[in-house]
Ligand binder design. Structure first.
Ligand SMILES: [Zn+2]
Length: 312
């Protein structure tokens, strides 16, 4: 791995709504310079937006200063294409190759969960550890894997996407009652994916399924903390449904640390309960906490891009 920590790198974090743009003088450090709306529908307008940002903030930096991008969607290392449902303008484009040509500089691109994992593995809670899994428990479930400091991209860029693929469990015993686990159709085209029950929206679906009551994930979590019986039951179900596939992931890749990002990572007690659940069932014992909240829960994209832009 070649890391040139002295080079300046421009970083962009591209979501369905906003492009966050910043400058990194050192790996792990990014100064945010601008935030503009993402022209999600049009490739040409997207390119123009990046050109404008680079022109506006390029003074005093070499013209070929690299650009590192964290983006929503899956980034295929084979075709360079980005599959992002919320950015239709990307369809059919090889992001890194086309942008390198138009913007006349090296452009590197990775998925936002992968960038979070890179940030945590290099300068966060998994710093210097050999096998770091970045797990996103946000609206849905995502993730990325960093092996000896290098991002594992995998076929089509799907490495670490543990939220898709069916939960094999069809029932749970909760409070001595047998509860059926709903198998819901997922946006990926499959049925029964963890993504439909494992993130914040999933927790809400689960609560509705168990109690026929619509609450937000924040309400369910505070109910759990206040020992409200219904919320306690929902979180118990959630911990089992998320904990089992996460344990499987840990066993498969021999994770050294699992660092959690996304909205649910802002509740330390929930992540501690998940950690306890996972460590009860891993094949090899982990005397120290294994599943921990990340350091970059909110700026993982930009910080991860600052690492990505310095890798070859
Ligand atoms: Zn799915």
């Amino acid at each position: 791995m070649m890391v040139n920590t002295g080079t300046v790198v421009f970083c962009a974090d591209i979501g369905g709504s906003f492009i966050k743009f910043g400058l990194s003088r050192q790996q792990g450090e990014v100064t945010e310079l601008a935030r503009v709306a993402t022209p999600a529908q049009s490739w040409d307008e997207f390119v123009l937006a990046l050109q404008a940002l680079l022109t506006e903030h390029g003074d005093g930096h070499p013209e070929d200063t690299p650009l590192a991008i964290s983006t929503a969607g899956l980034v295929s290392p084979q075709s360079g294409e980005v599959m992002a449902t919320n950015i239709p303008g990307f369809a059919g484009h090889n992001l890194a190759a086309e942008l390198s040509q138009v913007l006349k500089r090296r452009v590197s691109v990775a998925n936002d969960a992968d960038c979070f994992a890179l940030a945590e593995a290099h300068v966060g809670e998994g710093m210097g550890l050999p096998i770091v899994v970045g797990v996103i428990l946000g609206t849905g479930v995502g993730g990325g894997i960093v092996f000896n400091g290098q991002l594992v991209r995998g076929h089509g860029g799907v490495a670490g996407e543990w939220g898709h693929g069916a939960i094999t469990r069809t029932e749970l015993v909760l409070d001595n009652n047998l509860v059926r686990i709903p198998r819901l159709p997922c946006g990926c085209g499959q049925t029964g994916c963890l993504d439909m029950l494992g993130g914040a929206r999933g927790m809400e679906r689960l609560h509705h399924e168990l109690h026929q009551q619509s609450l937000t994930s924040q309400q369910i979590i505070s109910g759990w903390q206040d020992e409200d019986a219904q919320s306690v039951l929902t979180i118990e179900a959630w911990l089992q449904l998320v904990g089992e596939p996460l344990t499987l992931l840990v066993n498969i890749i021999g994770a050294t640390k699992v660092v959690v990002g996304g909205g649910l990572a802002t509740v330390p007690r929930l992540i501690a309960a998940l950690d306890e659940r996972v460590r009860q069932s891993t094949l090899h014992s982990y005397p120290q906490p294994l599943v921990v909240p990340g350091k970059f829960v909110s700026q993982g994209g930009l910080v991860g891009a600052s690492v990505l832009g310095r890798q070859r």
